[in-house]
Write a protein that binds this ligand. Structure first.
Ligand code: NIG
Ligand code: FE
Length: 431
């Protein structure tokens, strides 16, 4: 067994009355292979034949589960900085989208990029997330918008999984925008997603979930229903981008379909909240996107009051949230969406795992994966309170120490003296 002892406080994220974060003082955590096998305040008795074990001194650090970013659009190319500037001068996200920019602009860049280029762009992003203590992310397609380019994006995600330790759970988001080939033929594109794309995506086997952007100018509730029902039939979990820019019916659909998660929800109604709670749909709130687009805050407090489980994620993407800092997302969930610090930490651990339909991550308990994050200092609040610091000092994914990568990076780009970079990324076939 491998152990970490001298943990000042262990936050298991297994909530009990009076102890919402499942805190245990002066803790010892042990694991065999990739699974947690011991949690206590004393060393476990030595087992016969347990060779190769060791115990690391946490030196009074704080421990919590590896963080989970349950909503990202990780694979993209190109920049939308110009759109940010246009919005500062008064243009809206939807106007930019209607004029051929927005998601379609990133689509053009992704279609033009090779797999290797997309991998090289994504690796430093994953490295930044790892440094923030993230051990699992969800990543969506949705910038390919053709069968081949959606499959290509998923192949990129499959390759990224082999190059670095963060676990990547993949979501097919073919219904993110209507591609130019289907201009004015939304229903035909939905037919294509249902009849041609979904079966091939399922056959490829990399995506385990399907998402739809239900919004005026994107897809209707009826489109979403068709796509998500078809997705269920091919064995994918379902999720919905809902009520981000207007109250359009996505949350009601998420409840009706029994989706795993409904995201954004700035314009969610009290009736929707009840529906989400009754159907056990997790609300994924995305405070960075809310700030980036200067939207009204998502009513996080009211969602929790209505009995909805709330997860917090970055929504990392080039258009509405060009930021992969899960700490910032959690901080804004507190200051802008009314969550308590406890709720924000549950949002990036236990509830993020629920949003992904995973019971083996997001909590530190016997049988769960040994995804463990160590924070400098004695207070877990530092992660939320100190906006200029990164308190993560150690990270284990599946029981494997990633400190070497935390220090040296995973992108394979070594800085040379004259600030040039040299490539050493594992070779992946170019298309
Ligand atoms: O989650 N709302 C739709 N999709 C993304 C934005 C994608 C983009 O603008 O590129 C989101 O905010
Ligand atoms: Fe999103």
């Amino acid at each position: 067994m491998k152990l970490i002892h001298n943990i000042k406080t262990l936050y298991t994220m297994v909530s009990t009355p009076g102890n919402p974060l499942g805190a245990i003082d002066n803790a010892v955590v042990g694991w065999d292979d990739n699974k947690i096998t011991f949690i206590g305040q004393q060393f476990p008795p030595l087992k016969k034949g347990d060779k190769g074990g060791f115990s690391l001194d946490a030196n009074g650090a704080t421990m919590l589960p590896g963080l989970i970013d349950c909503h990202t659009h990780l694979v993209f190319a190109g920049s939308r900085a110009e759109e940010f500037a246009m919005r500062s001068r008064g243009a809206t996200y939807q106007e930019i989208m209607q004029n051929g920019g927005g998601i379609r602009s990133t689509m053009r860049a992704v279609r033009a990029a090779s797999k290797q280029e997309l991998i090289d762009l994504a690796l430093p992003r994953l490295e930044a997330m790892l440094k923030k203590g993230v051990t699992t992310i969800e990543a969506k397609t949705g910038y390919g918008l053709s069968l081949n380019d959606e499959l290509k994006t998923l192949e990129v995600l499959g390759a990224l999984q082999k190059l670095q330790p963060i676990e990547i759970l993949c979501t097919f988001l073919g219904a993110h925008a209507i591609p130019p080939e289907y201009e004015g033929q939304r229903e035909q594109y939905v037919d294509h997603v249902v009849n041609d794309m979904l079966p091939r995506i399922a056959e490829q086997g990399i995506a385990t979930m399907c998402d739809v952007f239900v919004e005026r100018g994107a897809f209707t509730v009826e489109d979403g229903r068709r796509i998500l029902q078809a997705a269920k039939q091919v064995g994918l979990l379902t999720r919905v981008h809902a009520e981000q820019l207007s109250h359009f019916g996505g949350a009601k659909l998420a409840a009706e379909i029994g989706a795993q998660g409904a995201s954004h929800l700035e314009f969610v109604s009290p009736e929707d909240m009840k529906r989400l709670a009754d159907a056990s749909v997790v609300a994924e709130i995305l405070p960075i996107a809310q700030e980036y687009l200067n939207l009204q805050p998502v009513p996080g407090r009211a969602l929790i009051g209505a009995g909805v489980d709330v997860a917090v994620a970055t929504d990392f993407n080039p258009g509405s949230a060009m930021c992969n800092d899960i700490h910032l997302a959690a901080r804004l969930a507190v200051t802008r969406c009314g969550l308590t610090c406890e709720e924000a930490l549950l949002g990036v651990t236990a509830n993020a795992a629920k949003a992904l339909g995973r019971s083996d991550i997001g909590q530190i308990r016997v049988g769960a994966k040994a995804d463990l994050c160590l924070l400098r200092g004695e207070s877990v609040w530092d992660l939320l309170y100190d906006w200029s610091d990164n308190p993560v000092i150690g990270l284990f994914k599946n029981g494997i120490d990633t400190s070497f990568l935390l220090r040296n990076g995973i992108s394979g780009k070594k800085k040379t003296n004259n600030n040039e970079t040299t490539e050493s990324t594992a070779h992946t076939e170019k298309t």
